[in-house]
Design a protein around this ligand. Structure first.
Ligand SMILES: Cc1ncc(COP(=O)(O)O)c(C=O)c1O
Length: 464
């Protein structure tokens, strides 16, 4: 990460000239100012029904419904159940030793923490930019989130974590947020150095890779969701991966495998578990209908991943040199899923930029908007703090606050056609061309200084 001061964004004279040279369509009045919008049809997103589901997936779910066997632990052998087969297929796909299908991504995370043997009350480090489910899962597992700054590309900042390290931190929970890989290789090394497990929240990055290895397979456990917005969609659901048979056995019991049903998961060997009576059973199992649906979708996952990547690469390449925006960069070439297009704009205009894109017909959000209670930003995780003063909470992680305040987030469905991507490109270009007129006067001087060492107030960041 470079010097923070050097990262301040400014729009230069050259940028202004570039806007003069932009194509005429980009100079038409913005829709937010009453002009004609770039598109009038809704921007495709999962919650408007843009999902990657085919008739064969519906047939698979119907097969399970018609079987009338909805519970994964009935009279059948493990290998004959939809859940058992889904887990085996996940192992093959990810190259993992063990997979456990559960009721949600949050459940997968909480179970992973508990099964990794993290004592209740421990601090668990996680980034200040993630879906609220990450700190919530830590709380659910009886632990306390220790929030860490993210860098300008919105990934957990290892240098900041090293600087603020304390012995009470008993695990690191890294998140591949909005589909971009965190530097999980460096974090795994650091975790080993500190003698704590690394757990991956790979929920937003199902299928993405870093240097040829699937995200979610770097830590002692990787957690995934199959909620509708994810690469595999069963409405609700999730799974965890691990190569550790002990962690796996404990996870199976914790998820709700009562009365030795855990033994069914170990074909020819005894599970490394003396008894299944030492652990609480949390009833976070997956059911057969969802597993059947997911098994079918898993077969077409490579096609879906290719669509994500094609769309992202197309958009990112077209906008790479656009003055005024800084596109989030991957930690290694191609180390992203492509489910979201995130870029930063100069301080003070990201809210306007996102609103202007929405007016053009493209869904967009300023991640750190003051007028929005986006639960991906740490100052809206009110349950962690003893204060409701947003400014006080933001002061805990000033760099994260700044980067999120400058960030614009556009969802990229795998159902997008290239014509949709063209609309996005035109909309971003049109809004960016109008950017100089909207910059706040003397914005760079108004930038708050980011202290080298964030003020640590762990009593607020980590409430039991
Ligand atoms: C980063 C992250 N972690 C965890 C979750 C939780 O997944 P679920 O909704 O399946 O509990 C989500 C959900 O979107 C997420 O984005």
């Amino acid at each position: 990460m470079g010097e923070l001061a050097g990262e301040a964004m400014s729009v230069t004279e050259a940028d202004l000239l570039a806007t003069v040279n932009a194509s005429p369509a980009e100079h038409m009045a913005l829709a937010i100012d009453g002009g004609e919008p770039i598109r009038r049809i809704p921007w495709p997103t999962y919650d408007k029904g843009a999902v990657f589901v085919q008739p064969e997936d519906e047939q698979a779910a119907l097969r399970a419904i018609r079987s009338h066997l909805y519970f994964r632990y009935d009279y059948r052998d493990y290998a004959d159940t939809e859940c058992g087969q889904f887990e085996r297929e996940l192992c093959e796909y990810f190259g993992s030793q063990h997979a456990l299908a559960v009721s949600s991504g949050t459940a997968a995370l909480a179970i992973a923490i508990m099964a990794a043997g993290i004592p209740a009350g421990s601090l668990i480090a996680c980034p200040g930019f993630t879906f609220v489910a990450t700190p919530s899962a830590i709380v659910l597992a009886g632990c306390r989130p220790f929030l860490v700054e993210v860098d300008q590309d919105l990934n957990l900042d290892l240098a900041a974590l090293r600087e603020r390290w304390q012995p009470e931190i008993k695990a690191i929970l890294v998140v591949h947020m909005r589909g971009f890989a965190s530097d999980v290789e460096a974090l795994a090394e650091f975790a080993a150095e500190m003698g704590v497990p690394l757990i991956e929240d790979a929920v937003p990055a199902l299928g993405a890779e870093l240097n040829g290895r699937k995200l979610g397979t770097f830590g002692v456990a990787g957690a995934f969701s199959t909620q509708s917005d994810k690469s595999l969609n069963s409405g609700e659901g999730g799974f965890l991966l691990t190569d550790d048979p002990g962690l796996y056995a404990r996870a199976v019991v914790l998820a709700g495998a009562y009365e030795r049903r855990c033994w069914r998961h170990f074909a020819d060997v005894e599970p490394p578990l003396e008894t299944d009576l030492d652990l609480p059973l949390l009833s976070m199992r997956m059911d057969e209908i969802r597993a059947a649906l997911l098994r079918s979708e898993l077969q077409r996952l490579p096609t879906r991943l290719a669509a994500f990547r094609r769309n992202y690469a197309y958009v990112a390449e077209a906008l790479a040199d656009l003055p005024g925006i800084e596109i989030r960069q991957p930690v290694a070439p191609g180390a992203y899923l492509g489910e979201a297009f995130i870029f930063r704009v100069p301080d003070g205009v990201a809210g306007w930029f996102a609103d202007a894109l929405c007016a053009e017909g493209v869904d967009a959000r300023n991640l750190g908007s003051a007028g929005d209670t986006n639960v991906r930003v740490f100052w809206n995780w009110r349950f962690l703090y003893d204060t409701a003063e947003v400014a006080d909470i933001q002061a805990q992680l000033p760099a994260t606050t700044r980067y999120l305040t400058e960030a614009v987030d556009v969802p990229l469905s795998s159902c997008l056609q290239l014509t949709d991507c063209d609309d996005l490109i035109s909309a971003v270009r049109r809004v960016a061309a109008a950017l100089p007129a909207h910059l706040p006067v003397a914005a760079p001087e108004a930038q708050p200084e980011i202290p080298a060492q964030p003020r640590a107030r762990p009593e607020l960041l980590a409430r039991p």
